[in-house]
Write a protein that binds this ligand. Structure first.
Ligand SMILES: [Zn+2]
Length: 381
């Protein structure tokens, strides 16, 4: 059996529903220690939400370091009776390996671990330093995971040059898409106040629903930016509106509107916030607005890392990969604060978070080979 497949199965067999790690990180640390890595476990979070993080590093003879990043936690299984086989018992059917985390992202972790082993077997003293950053808090709130490790590394002045996050980015064929950035996410909770009254005496009240609608229309039809070569234009979407007492004869005294921006790197969270306040003020609303920045956008423009990954995919899979910044936020947003070049690349993502999650067995060796080729391409003084 392929060593990567075997390790992927070992990882899938660990019950690591977020924020649990099972024993995934210990398993990886053991393998890496045998390769000369220094492994450090960084636990974080309260006792009832304990997150396990692993930082493993092996210096090279040169100054540059490549980090493989990923998460050992998985999303909950959903209804067990709908799974064809136990989500924590790796199972093979029709050339596919089934199990929770098969695609998101235990196979990637197995692949880059074995890629590192093979690379070091062939080049025991590489110029390239190699590190792994694993967390068990990616599928949850993501407050005790990668962000904590990155903050620690920043304090220590640790220098990182390249990062590959093993998130499943392929669409139809292994290697057909990589992410060279992600949009930012900015959420607002808007409360507009009015005056409650009997609906038959509107002159005694002030209807906050009526007052907020023209402002929302303006926000929903504003062109926030035009995006750029790598990002689509920033989008504004309302996700929830709550207003009214439930009674049919009352003008309510407030309405609450939740909205979210997915924003391109050409806009900043601060600019968007200012522009929203300007619209609300112009409509003379009496309001409160609470903001949450879910993630800043990041972008890695084509350069050495993108080139190395494109070349590795060409070498192994024989295809030209597409650069994309679509999809939700990822831990790349934290790593990009301390590492100038971050990309995401992993297996086909069609089944992630679903019942009967799987990865194609025929993709597992090539995935490992692509990661190994990237190491070879970047291993220069
Ligand atoms: Zn993932």
């Amino acid at each position: 059996m392929s060593r990567t497949l075997h390790l992927a199965e070992q990882l899938i067999a660990q019950r690591s529903v977020t924020p649990e790690d099972g024993h995934c990180q210990a398993l990886i640390a053991q393998r890496l220690q045998a390769q000369g890595f220094t492994c450090e476990t960084i636990a974080s979070g309260p006792a009832d939400f304990r997150v396990t993080n692993l930082w493993a590093k092996r210096p090279g003879t040169g100054a540059r370091t490549l980090v493989f990043a990923g998460h050992t936690d998985v999303v909950p299984t959903g209804p067990l009776e709908q799974w064809t086989s136990d989500p924590f018992v790796p199972s093979h059917r029709d050339g596919k390996l089934y199990g929770r985390g098969a695609a998101d992202m235990k196979t990637s972790i197995a692949a880059f671990t074995v890629a590192v082993e093979e690379f070091l077997a062939a080049r025991p003293q590489p110029a390239l330093g190699i590190a792994l950053l694993l967390t068990s808090d990616e599928e949850g709130p993501s407050v005790d995971g990668t962000v904590v490790v990155c903050e620690k590394l920043r304090e220590r002045g640790e220098q990182l040059d390249f990062c590959i996050v093993g998130e499943p980015t392929s669409v139809e064929r292994l290697g057909d898409m990589i992410k060279n950035g992600r949009r930012g996410s900015l959420t607002g909770k808007l409360t507009v106040k009015g005056i409650q009254a009997h609906i038959a005496y509107p002159q005694l009240g002030k209807n906050p629903i009526h007052m907020v609608l023209p402002a929302l229309h303006e926000l929903a039809t504003t062109e926030w930016d035009r995006g750029n070569d790598f990002f689509p234009p920033t989008s504004f979407q309302v996700s929830n509106i709550h207003g009214g007492t439930g009674a049919g004869n009352i003008i309510p005294n407030s309405v609450v509107v939740d909205f979210n921006f997915r924003f391109a790197s050409v806009s900043t969270a601060q600019e968007l916030q200012q522009r929203v306040h300007a619209v609300l003020d112009r409509h003379q609303l009496d309001y409160e607005l609470a903001w949450t920045v879910g993630g800043q956008p990041f972008l890695t423009t084509p350069g050495e890392l993108v080139g190395a990954v494109q070349a590795a995919i060409r070498d192994v899979a024989g295809i030209e990969t597409e650069l994309s910044t679509t999809g939700g936020t990822s831990d790349g947003r934290f790593i990009s604060r301390i590492c100038p070049q971050v990309i995401e690349f992993g297996p086909i993502n069609a089944s992630i978070h679903k019942i009967d999650e799987h990865v194609r067995v025929a993709d597992i060796e090539p995935l490992k080979d692509i990661y190994r080729r990237v190491l070879e391409h970047l291993d220069r003084p």
